[in-house]
Design a protein around this ligand. Structure first.
Ligand code: ADP
Ligand code: MG
Length: 697
């Protein structure tokens, strides 16, 4: 049975070797099964005919029927236009062609009834339809009117006559062949509980929907199935880990009590207290913790991490914190060191640029247990880095580490894996987190420390520059510091760098008495560092930079973030950049500068930034604008090769599917019950075809 869907696509009637090669290359379609899973991405409503009188210029594509009354051509030979008038019982509309005139002319016959499909456009009070699809009306095509599926295709495919219509025809051929071979891929109980269509009905329904209700049901069924299997896989991973991996049990809270009573620098927010409780619960439970800690920029994750380290260190183990960049690692180290010193806990920093001699000592002290906490970059993953007993690994991930790297950290402890806390500052919409990190438990710090003034964000155009400069001057006169950030992307690196340097010079001219720093990715690390330090020490008042500061410096005295060409940044990046200010007690500002000309999406991004400071709201908008692929970086994208579901839109279905997967695993953790046979064989066949299953474990 399975074999049939593995049949090479070239053997399908109407394909052949040449087209097959193109389908392989352009759409990744290799087999019958692949073609069936090449779902339409939208539909045109061909279920009903409009009358000519109903039409107006605001309508999308419409279908009408009528007879051609008159055909005429106009214009010079090379620019000949063809006009035909289609009449039904309610009126008449002009159809017009600018290309292929000769061909249409041969085909059209006056007096015969046609069906016509196209977009009505208004010219003054007149309507016409340019380049409509037109077909003789026969009893056959009048009866089989349905929602017309539109398939993704490419220019090269179209050249070989594989347009959407042709793909649709292939689907029909294939479905007829396959009809009796489509087997159910979900258990009957789920189908009954969630009132799903059968797999066969769903496949027919999604490729050839008779009506919108059926289409909706068919696509629900397929999306549900897709998301169900993603969730099942993640939940099974989690189960396997919980079973397999015992966790170290930490009990000793003496350090914690002392820190709370004597050294806690401020009251924790309720959200911080809640997540600490969640984490402590895990670390005392006897199961290995794998938890994602989400918290917006400035929400205070560092101290949470430290307090968790206290439990590990207090119980006689060590803690490690890994960050994706040297700047970030250094900053974490500085933050943690202050707390650690107050408690007499030993801590060190290990990065690529740690000196060899120092490195050797660190390695030694880690192994002997003299070092309680180590902070660093990838350098921590090297084999020479050995712990006496690693209790807690904190990974500041920001999508930069892959799952594989994460698990490399675990293995630093031979007998028992350490507890793992993954921190991310990029708020991930819940739906996405559930898919990407569905194998982790999730804690969220959804509250900023009290007394923070929300950052005021405005959007200004290039022409407002003088006023912006005036404002910058005022802020500096009040003792504040200012960031001015320029975009720099690889594709236009040279030009971007020039913009940055031009900007730098113009700033120096506009503020002749004010010391200005400039930092960009092309500078040598020590030159960069030197400039950064000057700004940190407030020797310079303005920092002109590329996004290198995105994950970097913490300068509470900086109160203004100016972002040049703001329309070129993604939402997540804008939000990260804005998070660089608003760290002190002063009112902070973010000024987004753009050209007057903005794409629709660019405008939505800037409006979103002006409207809200809430990272989760921004992440949701981002997900809707861009789809999930871009949000996640490449390392995890394998998890997100979804064929039909859309995480931006199908959050609800995801919830339902996850619920179903949880329920199922509760009742039958190893999927051995006969009722779940379908699931086992489906997982088996997915394992064969998709790399995904192995990629994430
Ligand atoms: P994150 O890493 O989540 O972006 P940080 O841990 O760097 O945030 O904290 C940002 C700033 O807020 C730091 O200066 C920190 O000392 C301070 N902070 C953290 N928690 C609190 C709190 N509960 N009350 C006041 N200030 C806090
Ligand atoms: Mg931080």
């Amino acid at each position: 049975m399975q074999g049939f869907f593995d049949t090479k696509i070239e053997f399908l009637k109407g394909v052949g070797p040449q087209k097959a090669a193109l389908l392989n290359k352009e759409l990744n379609i290799f087999t019958y099964g692949d073609l069936l899973q090449h779902y339409p991405f939208r539909y045109e409503d061909r279920t009903k005919f409009h009358t000519v009188r109903e039409l107006n210029g605001t309508m999308p594509y419409v279908q009408i029927k009528g007879r051609i009354r008159n055909i005429e051509t106009a214009g010079p030979p090379r620019k000949r236009r063809l006009k035909a008038y289609l009449r039904d019982e309610t009126g008449e509309i002009e159809l017009v062609w600018f290309k292929g005139v000769q061909w249409v002319l041969q085909k059209l016959q006056p007096g015969v009834e046609y069906m016509v499909f196209g977009k009505p456009t208004a010219f003054g009070s007149k309507l016409n339809i340019a380049h409509p699809e037109i077909e003789l009306l026969t009893h056959q095509n009048e009866d089989v009117s349905y929602l017309h599926p539109i398939y993704h295709t490419t220019e090269r495919l179209k050249k070989k006559y594989l347009d959407s219509k042709a793909i649709s025809k292939l689907q029909r051929t294939l479905l007829q062949l396959a009809e009796h071979r489509i087997r159910e891929t979900l258990p009957q109980k789920l189908i009954a509980d969630y009132r799903l269509l059968s797999k066969k009905e769903a496949l027919f329904g999604v490729h050839f929907p008779q009506n919108t209700e059926l289409l909706q049901k068919a696509s629900f069924r397929l999306k549900f199935e897709e998301l169900f299997y993603v969730q099942l896989r993640l939940l099974k991973l989690k189960l396997a880990r919980v079973d397999k991996f015992k966790g170290q049990i930490f009990q000793d809270t003496e350090l914690l009590t002392r820190f709370y009573n004597e050294h806690l620098p401020f009251d924790l927010t309720d959200a911080q207290k809640r997540v600490i409780k969640e984490i402590y619960h895990d670390m005392k439970s006897g199961k290995q913790m794998n938890r994602l800690l989400q918290g917006d920029v400035g929400s205070g994750k560092t101290i949470v991490a430290f307090i968790c380290m206290l439990l590990a260190v207090g119980s006689g183990t060590q803690g490690v914190m890994m960050a994706p960049t040297e700047i970030l690692a250094t900053q974490h180290y500085q933050g943690l060191k202050e707390y650690a010193d107050s408690m007499g806990i030993t801590i060190a920093l290990l990065t690529g640029s740690t000196k060899k001699s120092e490195r050797r000592i660190i390695h030694e002290y880690l192994k002997s247990g003299d070092l309680n906490i180590i902070v660093g970059t990838h350098a921590l993953l090297e084999d020479v880095v050995q712990f006496k007993k690693l209790g807690l690994a904190v990974v500041d991930e920001q999508h930069r580490f892959g799952v594989a790297q994460r698990s490399k950290l675990w293995q630093k402890n031979r007998d028992v894996y350490p507890h793992v806390l993954v921190m991310t500052a990029t708020p991930i919409p819940r739906t996405l987190a559930m898919t990407l990190y569905g194998d982790l438990d999730i804690s969220v710090i959804d509250q900023l420390p009290a007394g923070r003034k929300p950052i005021k964000t405005v959007h200004r155009y290039d022409s407002n520059r003088l006023r912006v400069n005036g404002f910058i001057k005022e802020q500096i006169d009040e003792g504040r510091q200012v960031y001015i950030v320029y975009p720099l992307i690889e594709e236009s690196e040279k030009l971007d760098l020039k913009h940055l340097m031009d900007g730098y010079e113009s700033i120096c001219r506009s503020f002749p008495d004010i010391p200005v720093s400039v930092v960009h990715g092309k500078m040598k690390p020590d030159a960069k560092d030197y400039e950064m330090q000057r700004f940190v020490k407030a020797e310079t008042k303005i920092m002109v930079a590329t996004t290198v500061i995105e994950v970097g410096v913490n300068v509470p005295n900086a109160s203004v973030m100016v972002i040049e060409n703001a329309e070129r940044f993604g939402l997540a990046q804008l939000h990260q950049l804005r998070g660089r200010v608003g760290r002190g007690a002063d009112q902070s500002y973010c000024i987004l500068i753009s050209d007057y000309k903005l794409s629709k999406e660019g405008r939505v991004r800037l409006e979103t930034m002006v409207r809200t400071n809430n990272g989760f709201e921004i992440a949701d908008t981002d997900l809707q604008l861009r789809g999930p692929g871009d949000l996640t970086g490449t390392q995890q994208s394998g998890v997100l090769d979804l064929l039909i579901a859309d995480l931006g839109k199908d959050g609800k279905i995801l919830q339902v599917a996850r619920g179903a997967a949880i329920g199922l695993l509760d009742a039958d953790p190893d999927l051995s019950h006969p009722d779940n046979r379908n699931i086992r064989s489906q997982i088996e066949s997915m394992r064969k075809t998709a790399v995904n299953w192995s990629r994430i474990s």
